[in-house]
Design a protein around this ligand. Structure first.
Ligand SMILES: NC(=O)c1ccc[n+]([C@@H]2O[C@H](COP(=O)([O-])OP(=O)(O)OC[C@H]3O[C@@H](n4cnc5c(N)ncnc54)[C@H](O)[C@@H]3O)[C@@H](O)[C@H]2O)c1
Length: 304
């Protein structure tokens, strides 16, 4: 997510420093940005000169001190509150008091992250979507202390990067979008594990009946079933709402390491397929290899 946010920010003309404690992650990020920009050039969405210039505006660093002087710092580290809080605690000692501190968390309440920062009024949620260069939404989230000024700066930042913003006014776990996708994936997984419908038919129903470009189970495979399971656990912990308790099938797939495209298997089978960027209506659903279609064993395993 960090590399995607760096890419769209840099394309908007801003200088960007991409910071990661893992040097390998920085190398992978730059390679991913290069390859994404190449695709943009090939599709004539940008020029080769603009792509080269965007890449040249991105510096990399392994030390948070490189954020000194930033107008806005966007955190996109692991989805763990203590990790995020440590980043905000350290950033507070590095950047100016007026620097906006944004978090790309998908489900953790902004106020809990902001508790580690000085001047929590400048902390705001900027929830981008994967793949960032393709997805046009940025969900802005107010923490209890978030100032109008910080929200306006975050909006200007996201809009400059080509995103359309929606604002979540109350700091609830999962905001609006993560609650919606978790509720949908959880119910889809329950229907499949109870043998009500196959995974493939469920996704087909959502695509053809509701006009969704991708079914919820293929979406979970793309996002990572572990990521969805973790997000829904966070929401459940905060709300105690049973609809967010992760269904057994989700927990078993995570335990089995079958967490979607990145592992080659999830609700659907991706072996031999590229795990690169998804395009709407992509291989996950186009290829007719669905574990839900495999007659007896898959259904037995998933049914009560
Ligand atoms: N993947 C998605 O589809 C998606 C969508 C929206 C939001 N998010 C959110 O974005 C955030 C990042 O997700 P991701 O999928 O890119 O995760 P990721 O695991 O791919 O990347 C996280 C990166 O953070 C680095 N990191 C960890 N601790 C650090 C620290 N203290 N300082 C600097 N770097 C550190 C890691 O080395 C890693 O490269 C999470 O909060 C996630 O919930 C993810």
């Amino acid at each position: 997510m960090g590399s995607g946010i760096a890419q769209v920010t840099s394309l908007s003309g801003a200088d960007v420093t991409l910071i990661d404690t893992d040097e390998g992650a920085l190398d992978r990020a730059l390679a991913a940005i290069r390859s994404s920009l190449d695709r943009f050039v090939a599709k004539e969405k940008t020029t080769a000169e603009a792509a080269d210039a965007a890449l040249a505006r991105i510096a990399v660093a392994t030390d948070l001190k490189a954020a000194a002087g930033a107008e806005i710092a966007v955190e996109a580290v692991f989805e763990r509150l203590p990790v995020k809080q440590e980043v905000f605690r350290t950033l507070s000692t590095i950047v100016a008091p007026e620097t906006v501190l944004a978090t790309n968390t998908s489900a953790i309440p902004i106020t809990e992250i902001a508790a580690a920062a000085t001047h929590p009024e400048r902390v705001v949620g900027t929830h981008f979507f994967s793949p960032v260069p393709m997805m046009r939404l940025c969900e802005l989230v107010r923490g209890i202390h978030t100032s109008d000024e910080a929200l306006a700066k975050a909006r200007a930042f996201a809009e400059a990067a080509g995103k359309t913003c929606v604002v979540v006014n109350r700091d609830v776990a999962g905001f609006a979008t993560t609650r919606l996708i978790c509720a949908l994936v959880n119910e889809a997984a329950r229907l499949v594990e109870n043998g009500v419908i196959s995974a493939e038919d469920l996704d087909t129903a959502c695509r053809l009946g509701f006009g969704h470009p991708m079914g919820p189970l293929a979406t979970a495979d793309l996002t990572g079933i572990d990521v969805i399971a973790h997000a829904t656990e966070n929401i459940y912990e905060d709300t105690a709402d049973p609809q967010f308790f992760p269904p057994a099938l989700l927990r078993r797939l995570v335990a089995a390491g079958e967490i979607g495209r990145k592992s080659g298997k999830g609700f659907f089978d991706y072996e031999g397929l590229s795990t690169g960027l998804w395009t709407a209506g992509g291989a996950a659903t186009a290829r007719r290899v669905s574990r839900g279609r495999v007659p007896a064993p898959a259904r037995r395993r998933w049914s009560r």
